[in-house]
Design a binder for this molecule. Structure first.
Ligand code: SF4
Ligand code: SF4
Length: 121
């Protein structure tokens, strides 16, 4: 048993500065969802990560994720794994975690892992 944090979709993490990493598979899924070619998706919505080891989603002016519209995620059914998992397994900043509205629930088999400090949802 362990604590699993259940997202309440408050969008705080979508507005938090940081990178949302995207894999080739995630790009393929999100591009299809938006009826774009992968090339169009990459050109419009991604940039090189700071460590130059892959791509991340671009941000809106002000720092929010490019796919945040009001309180909705425009790629919700296919949002990146990082967004699906947050805040579980993340060591996010205390400031972000004070804003995060996720609720703790007990689940069998939940493991505590840490992937670093980045944005997710
Ligand atoms: S992809 Fe969606 S869930 Fe992930 S940060 Fe952007 S708006 Fe939030
Ligand atoms: S993970 Fe937390 S901060 Fe992000 S949308 Fe869900 S409840 Fe809000």
């Amino acid at each position: 048993m362990g604590i699993y944090w259940e997202c309440q979709r408050c969008t705080a993490c979508c507005q938090w500065p940081g990178e949302v990493k995207v894999t080739e598979e995630e790009i393929c899924q999100m591009a299809a969802w938006l009826s774009l070619s992968e090339r169009e998706f990459i050109e419009r919505y991604t940039r090189l990560r700071q460590d130059r080891r892959g791509l991340a989603l671009v941000e809106q002016e002000g720092g929010a994720c490019v796919f945040l519209q009001g309180r909705d995620c425009l790629v919700q059914p296919f949002k990146p794994r990082q967004c699906q998992e947050f805040p579980n397994g993340w060591r996010a900043s205390p400031e972000l975690m004070r804003q995060c509205q996720a609720r703790p629930v007990w689940r069998a088999g939940t493991r505590e892992e840490c992937s670093g400090e980045e944005r997710g949802a």
